[in-house]
Design a protein. Structure first.
Length: 116
């Protein structure tokens, strides 16, 4: 059974930094692209960043480009999201995602709150 567990969320001041982690289990995830999404109160879930199976390609939403960095350690089955210079508008629950065949898997999410 696939499991994704996010961690590292919390309260951070604007301009600070925070690193989120997503530990995957149940499969060998080195063959799959993985991503981060977020959902703010009253808003729909939105794409934040994605990384190819090898880590050689990364993709970002325009709103986080230049501030956030996605990376992965396939030996640890873990994906990271380094959040630098976060802004109050980045406040949301952050979710890890992986697509395996026709199925989408999500973690339980980790809350990130950015204070001004």
């Amino acid at each position: 059974q696939v499991q994704l567990v996010e961690s590292g969320g919390g309260l951070v001041q604007a301009g600070g930094s925070l690193r989120l982690s997503c530990a995957a289990s149940g499969r060998t995830f080195s063959s799959y692209d993985m991503g981060w999404y977020r959902q703010a109160p009253g808003k729909e879930r939105e794409f934040v960043a994605a990384i190819s199976w090898s880590g050689g390609s990364t993709y970002y939403a325009d709103s986080v480009k230049g501030r956030f960095t996605i990376s992965r350690d396939n030996a640890k089955n873990t994906v990271y999201l380094q959040m630098n210079s976060p802004k109050p508008k980045d406040t949301a629950i952050y979710y890890c995602n992986v697509g395996v065949g026709v199925l989408d898997y999500w973690g339980q999410g980790t809350q990130v709150t950015v204070s001004s």
